[in-house]
Write a protein that binds this ligand. Structure first.
Ligand SMILES: [Zn+2]
Length: 180
C-alpha cells in the first residue's frame, strides 16, 4: 500500500516502487514486496506476467473513483493474496446497502474519491462487479483529508479518521486493516 513502512535504510537499498522517508523505506505504489537478498534491494512490483481473472468471493484492493447517492464506483487494482495482475481493467460498485451492516444515510459518510479500499466481490454479471465492504476487514485502508489532501489516521471512534496535518475529522467505513 502506498505509504506502508517496509524496512529501514540500514537493512535494504530502496528500489523500484519505494522511497526513502527519513531513513524508513516506504512503498510508493500498490503491489507486492520483493526482497532481493543478494544485492540487498527492496522493491515493490505492481505487475507480473500471467493475468488473473476476478471471481465471486475474491477480496480486492481498489480505489474509489466516483461517489453517487446510492453507489460508490471502484477501480479494482488487484486481488488480495494474488500476485498476478488482473486480465482486464475491472470497475466495481458498492451499493449503499452493501457498505456496512448498519443503515447508512449518506454514502459520502463511508467513501470519498481517492480512498483506497478492500472489498469482497459478491456478484459478477458481465461487466458489472458488485462489491461489499460489510466485513470488518473491508472498507477504507488509506484515505486523504478532503480539505488538505494529507493522509489521515484512525481515532478511538469507530469509522472515524483524522487528518495528520490539519486535524479535520471525517467519517469513513474504516477497515480494521487501515494503514496508519
Ligand atoms: Zn487535512
Amino acid at each position: 500500500m502506498p505509504g506502508d513502512k517496509l524496512a529501514i535504510i540500514e537493512q535494504f537499498i530502496p528500489g523500484n516502487g519505494t522511497y526513502n522517508d527519513n531513513g524508513t523505506i516506504k512503498s510508493a505504489v500498490l503491489g507486492n514486496v520483493d526482497f532481493n537478498c543478494k544485492n540487498k534491494t527492496l522493491s515493490v512490483k505492481t505487475k507480473s506476467s500471467e493475468p488473473a481473472i476476478l471471481k465471486k468471493g475474491d477480496n480486492i484492493y481498489g480505489q474509489i473513483i466516483d461517489v453517487k447517492t446510492q453507489r460508490a464506483t471502484v477501480k479494482i487494482e488487484k486481488i488480495v493474496n494474488n500476485t498476478r495482475s488482473l486480465a482486464l481493467p475491472y470497475t466495481g460498485s458498492i451499493h449503499i446497502s452493501k457498505v456496512k451492516n448498519e443503515y447508512l444515510d449518506n454514502i459520502t459518510d463511508a467513501f470519498r474519491i481517492g480512498d483506497i479500499i478492500k472489498a469482497e466481490v459478491v456478484k459478477i454479471n458481465r461487466d458489472n462487479v458488485d462489491l461489499s465492504t460489510n466485513s470488518s476487514n473491508c472498507g477504507v485502508l488509506k484515505a486523504m483529508c478532503t480539505r488538505c489532501r494529507s493522509y489521515m489516521h484512525t481515532t478511538n471512534k469507530t469509522n472515524e479518521l483524522q487528518c495528520n496535518i490539519c486535524n479535520k475529522k471525517e467519517k469513513r467505513k474504516v477497515s480494521n486493516e487501515y494503514v496508519n
